[in-house]
Design a binder for this molecule. Sequence first.
Ligand code: FAD
Ligand code: MLT
Ligand code: ZN
Length: 478
Amino acid sequence: MRDATDSVEFVSQLRELLGPDSLRTGPDDLAPLLADHRQLFRGRAAALALPDSTAEVSRLLAFCNTHRISVVPQGGNTGYCGGATPDESGTALLLSLRRMRRIRAVNADDFALVADAGCTLAEVQVAAEGADRYFPLSLGSEGSCQIGGNLATNAGGTAVLRYGMMRDLTLGIEAVLADGSVISQLAPLRKDNTGYDLRQLLIGSEGTLGIITAACLKLFPAVRARATAWISVASADQALSLLALLRERSADRLVTCELVPQAALNLVLQHIPAARDPGTAAAPWYLLVELASSGEDDMDGLLQAALAQALERDLVLDAALARNGAQREDFWRLRESVPAAQRVAGASLKHDISVPVARIPEFIRRGSALVEQHVPEGFLVAYGHIGDGNLHFNVNQRPGADSAAFLAREAPLKRAVHDLVASMGGSFSAEHGIGQLKVAELERYAQPAELAAMRAIKHALDPNGILNPGKVLRSTPP
Ligand code: FAD
Ligand code: MLT
Ligand code: ZN
């Protein structure tokens, strides 16, 4: 779409094509969708399309491709990189699948479920439970993020250690390509080696290669026993050794191992009204660990025995096992509320990095020195998925510090942290993707051959560049 005059014309044609329920242009419909949830990006859009079937998505894309109209898919808008926010031209069409939220099938014997991409993650978890099965993707945003968004970002979360990321949890997808053609691979096949894996190409593509309309997801036996502990440790080295010991001693039952620093616990206890002090000895670092089993095994006993060994080896300072469901929720709240507490506390500079798991303590040491050197107005809040080698290496503004001075540190700190990550064989975006926030970082750190292949794939599948332009890759190479 070239300009506003075109917009009016195309919108009326689209309304005819899709029907009145599937197209909205009112400010009340559009306004809440035009900024990302961190308020880093704000855009405009000509209209919001709300298709209610894959066939409708197909008609819509064929039309948009013919008329060169940009399409920006948006799920629950919980992403961290501005991937679902349109640019400021006002010519793009926002596309939401929120009317497509049917659980199409649950097949307990295949341990598989087929869901529309507009289902929320929580809806899929509940549908799995209804069939005495378990869908393990677990995110703090699960009440509002959508399966389409989870696939498009290849979401991670707090159970990756045992079950993997969204890519590992997906048997097949249905997607509409830029020209309106439909790829439908929804059979619950565990094995299928027939040519290029288009499912994996589309997963993690952030809306730039196709619109994902449904998925066949892997289910697991329902969890029948769990043990959860909040553990005080003296150092990141101890946390790493404890992680290894728990993996060795728990018969592969370790699902979650999350690192929380004292600074993050302080923020949560200060700013989250429902948060309760875990009651373990104060320490520089804490771990939230959870073991789970589909049998009636004694998970508490297993965890206690492993922790007793850890105590003998001086790997833990103190630990509390959740005595009941309420205390388990209390421990989880302490971890899951960290992003919210950081937000309430004020501005923060965020990095979503990964390095090989064994190098996490070294990264923390070297990264902390960079924070001290670059951000005198801030303090480090490095938390997250230590079991996956993934830290949210964030820095919050010190109370009373000068905001402008603090925010001015963002670019030099980012460069220093991402250079360190690269030098350690890590990734500058472990689980949140590229969106529009990290396009320049991808250009800087990806190998030239990788970038060239990505651009070639984008051009082959979306030659007119209508799908989420400017996300992941710049619209036209610089
Ligand atoms: P959106 O934010 O709406 O979109 C994300 C990207 O996907 C955009 O590029 C968009 O264009 C594209 N997209 C959306 N739907 C489709 C579709 N149907 N087809 C094609 N492209 C599409 N993420 C983690 O990985 N791990 C975490 O632990 C985690 N915890 C979080 C905790 C909180 C409190 C919050 C707010 C977010 C968290 N996130 C986490 C980030 C976020 O929830 C995930 O990235 C999630 O997968 C995004 O889903 P969404 O539906 O909100 O997608
Ligand atoms: C988390 O693990 O809590 C999320 O990925 C959110 C964040 O990056 O802050
Ligand atoms: Zn995370």
